[in-house]
Design a protein. Structure first.
Length: 204
């Protein structure tokens, strides 16, 4: 049996991982489906012979803002990649703190609103190997990159690097992950592709 790089990594429980906490929305049942029709102003009130001041008609909010488009933010990126399985241990990269919410950066920031499909959005992810001599850092970085490139819109550009001083050879790992030709060649390797496919099986 192959020796593990880190036989006893620190593992977080699912409850310790960052999540998006949304305020519960008002219940929207079948009884509210036709509110916009039921409460719309009848045609006879639109007659030129009727005074708009004589009858007040209730204004309704049909909740259309609930479905407004939102920019992809750091939490959404985290949700996409934190569930990737570690190639050595049967737990996720989020549980091993290889992926951390604070190490995800988006430019331009999501606070500016939904970007135009024609504008380039850059997503930077810094990974933190569980040990400084991890031999699988490049494989993990490739898994993160593949996952995001498959899930994000085509105008998003992904940059995955090792966090500074988290690996003895972080410069070399970063050079490999940033070389598009080398990445493309690596993904054509059947053995490596099998490892990546296994890592991504746990992603929703």
């Amino acid at each position: 049996m192959a020796t593990l790089d880190n036989a006893n990594p620190t593992i977080l429980s699912a409850s310790q991982l960052p999540t998006r906490h949304k305020k519960a929305l008002p219940r929207q049942g079948p009884e509210s489906r036709y509110d916009d029709i039921v409460f719309s102003k009848p045609s006879y009130l639109l007659s030129p012979f009727s005074s708009s001041n004589t009858v007040a008609w209730p204004e309704t909010d049909n909740g259309s803002d609930d479905f407004a488009a939102e920019a992809i933010d750091e939490q959404e990126i985290y949700d996409l990649i934190s569930t990737i399985s570690d190639p050595e241990h049967p737990v996720s990269l989020g549980q091993l703190s290889v992926i951390n919410l604070s190490d995800i950066h988006i430019t331009p920031p999501p606070s500016l609103g939904v970007p135009s499909p024609n504008s380039i959005v850059r997503v930077g992810v810094e990974i933190t190997p569980t040990i400084t001599h991890c031999s699988l850092a490049t494989v993990i970085g490739l898994g993160v990159r593949v996952r995001l490139e498959q899930a994000l819109p085509p105008n998003y550009r992904v940059d995955v690097t090792c966090k500074e001083n988290s690996h003895n050879q972080d410069d070399q790992v970063n050079k490999q992950l940033g070389d598009k030709e080398r990445v493309a060649a690596a993904l054509e390797n059947d053995t490596l592709k099998g490892v990546l496919d296994k890592m991504l099986e746990t992603c929703a």
